[in-house]
Design a protein around this ligand. Structure first.
Ligand code: AMP
Length: 211
């Protein structure tokens, strides 16, 4: 069973790589952002509360996210899971470590995908997303038909938190709360760092060599 964490700043390509790896190894891709966006469309009270934070680029309170992810892990595929965008704080990482230890399990690897800030701002500005989880980039990976998902035919959307001012807030949150996880997983002997500044194929192949 594989248990993998993908870490990195917003826009580094975590979601893109997580979707590819999940498909390749038949794993569940568990991303709090995706789960919350889907729940917000259903207007659940938890998701509407979370949306207030997301729209401002702020992290959603730890306990909401921890409960959500533990539930998702319990329902993951038998082959395992990729955590994409979790943990994002030390408190979340500690909750995950405790949950795994309580179940006599451990993580296989924490992959840190690092990309310079200027590349990220440009990438996020041309990102288009689909409700099915597919992610496009108007420059490097455009859909075949404009504004339409190649996989499910739904209309693509620009995430409400992909505006330049919100991207800045998300980058600050990353520096303050998420970056300390690099030391956390290095100390645990689980961290592997890969540059996220390259083509999708190049980055996937580096990750596959690692796994
Ligand atoms: P993402 O789709 O991973 O870019 O996440 C979008 C937004 O969802 C983030 O900017 C946060 O507001 C929220 N979010 C996602 N994952 C977490 C997390 N692990 N902890 C707190 N908030 C999160």
């Amino acid at each position: 069973m594989k248990r993998i964490v993908v870490l990195g700043p917003p826009g580094t390509g975590k979601g893109t790589q997580a979707v590819i790896l999940a498909k390749k190894f038949d794993l569940s891709q568990l991303a709090p952002g995706d789960i919350l966006r889907a729940a917000a469309a259903q207007k659940t009270s938890m998701a509407l509360k979370a949306k207030e934070y997301m729209d401002q680029g702020l992290l959603v309170p730890n306990q909401i996210i921890i409960d959500l992810i533990i539930e998702a892990i319990k329902g993951a595929k038998p082959g395992g899971y990729i955590l994409d965008g979790f943990p994002r704080t030390i408190q979340q990482a500690e909750a995950l470590t405790k949950f795994l230890a309580d179940n006599q399990q451990q993580l296989d690897r924490a992959i840190f995908l690092d990309t310079p800030d200027d590349v990220i701002v440009e990438r996020l500005a041309s990102r288009r997303s689909c409700k099915c989880g597919a992610i496009y980039n108007l420059k490097s990976k455009p859909p075949i038909t404009a504004d339409t998902c190649d996989h499910c035919g739904s209309t693509l959307f620009i995430r409400s938190d992909d505006k330049p001012e919100t991207i800045k807030v998300r980058q600050e949150q990353y520096r303050k709360d998420t970056k300390p996880l690099i030391a956390y997983y290095t100390d645990a002997g689980l961290l592997s760092q890969i540059s996220g500044d390259g083509s999708q194929e190049e980055i996937t192949s580096k990750i596959l060599q690692l796994l």
